[in-house]
Structure formats: structure tokens, C-alpha cells
Ligand binder design. Structure first.
Ligand SMILES: C[S@@+](CC[C@H](N)C(=O)[O-])C[C@H]1O[C@@H](n2cnc3c(N)ncnc32)[C@H](O)[C@@H]1O
Length: 172
């Protein structure tokens, strides 16, 4: 399985806390190891780290002041999700043959034009504009062949017991 880091570019401190948190929780729940933001947002970090301490695993939150530099120096394959890229269905076979570290870049506000040229792949999840959360979820689900949503997490204080109806959460 590849080690996946997600880089969220264009986090706007004044308006993006909720969606940036959702990006991180989606990354964690669908198999990524780490989220990197291009702005230090303490409320987002606290919220994500709170989920990790309750629900387990070792998902990391980091901050990179210069996202283009982070991408250039990343030791692995770099995939930028954008509606202008090559289709996921066309490229997923090739991506599934890769090994090692994978960096998945998603935008929020405008993504710097250079990003399109310094990555290994620009990949679209359909050719319609939608959301970084949706694009990331579909991409990771395909990358892990649908298996990551069934993964368990070590050191969890709580976990869900699936129910036909109602809610059951048990403490460790
Ligand atoms: C508000 S959208 C901006 C849409 C943008 N015009 C684009 O390049 O995809 C924010 C982010 O969602 C992701 N995104 C939105 N639609 C996408 C699609 N169809 N395929 C892949 N990524 C998408 C991209 O990472 C984008 O930077």
C-alpha cells in the first residue's frame, strides 16, 4: 500500500476552517497518513488531533509555509487533483502500479499555475467543478480499491459497532 500525504493548498484562515477540517478527516478516514496545510490554523489542527486521539491511528497534521517548495522537495509521486487534468478512470491503472510515497494536492482558492507543471500527474475526477473533499474521497477510494474505509485504527478510545438502526459506540 502506498503512503499517502495530502497537501491542501489555498487554506483561507478567515473562511475555510470547516472544509479544511473535513479535508483532513476525509484524508484520514480513506487511508492517508498525513495532511499538510499552507497556513497554520490552530483550530483546524486541534479539531483533527482531537478526532485522532479519540478514534485512533497516527494521522499527522503539518504546516508548510511554501507549498510549491514542499511539492518540489517531496520524495515520491505527486498527483494534483484538478478538473482540468487527465481522467481518473483513464489513469487509475497506471497509478495503481506505483509504489512508495504519494502526495495528493488539492486546492481551495486558486492553485498557483506552477503547480500544474511541477507534479507528475494532473488528474480530474470528472470534468465538472465540485469540491476538494469529494475529489479527494473518490481518488483515495479508487487508489485503495475501496478497502481503506474498512480499516481499523490502533489506540482508539472509542469505536462504532455497526447497527441496522440506531447508534452503538463502545469505549476501549
Ligand atoms: C472549489 S474547487 C476549484 C475547482 C477548480 N477550478 C479546479 O481546478 O478543479 C477546489 C478544489 O477542488 C478540487 N476539484 C474540484 N473539482 C474537481 C474535479 N472535477 N476533479 C478533480 N479535482 C477537483 C481541486 O483540487 C480544486 O482545486
Amino acid at each position: 500500500m502506498m503512503d499517502v500525504t495530502v497537501l491542501r493548498v489555498g487554506h483561507r484562515l478567515c473562511r475555510d476552517a470547516r472544509i479544511s477540517t473535513h479535508v483532513a478527516l476525509t484524508a484520514r478516514a480513506l487511508g492517508a497518513k498525513k495532511i499538510v496545510y499552507d497556513a497554520e490554523a490552530s483550530e483546524v489542527r486541534e479539531s483533527v488531533e482531537g478526532v485522532v486521539s479519540q478514534w485512533g491511528g497516527d494521522f499527522q497534521v503539518e504546516y508548510a509555509e511554501k507549498p510549491l517548495k514542499y511539492v518540489r522537495e517531496f520524495d515520491g509521486i505527486k498527483v494534483h487533483l484538478t478538473m482540468y487534468g487527465l481522467g481518473l478512470n483513464e489513469k487509475i491503472g497506471e497509478l495503481l502500479n506505483l509504489e512508495g510515497n504519494l502526495l495528493v494536492i488539492i486546492g481551495g482558492g486558486k492553485v498557483p499555475a506552477d503547480m500544474y507543471h511541477i507534479v507528475d500527474y494532473n488528474i480530474s475526477v470528472g470534468l465538472q467543478p465540485h469540491s476538494e473533499v469529494a475529489a479527494l474521497a473518490v481518488f483515495l477510494d479508487r487508489l485503495f480499491s475501496g478497502k481503506s474505509i474498512d480499516a481499523g485504527y490502533e489506540n482508539a478510545n472509542v469505536s462504532v459497532v455497526p447497527q441496522k438502526a440506531g447508534k452503538k459506540v463502545i469505549s476501549a
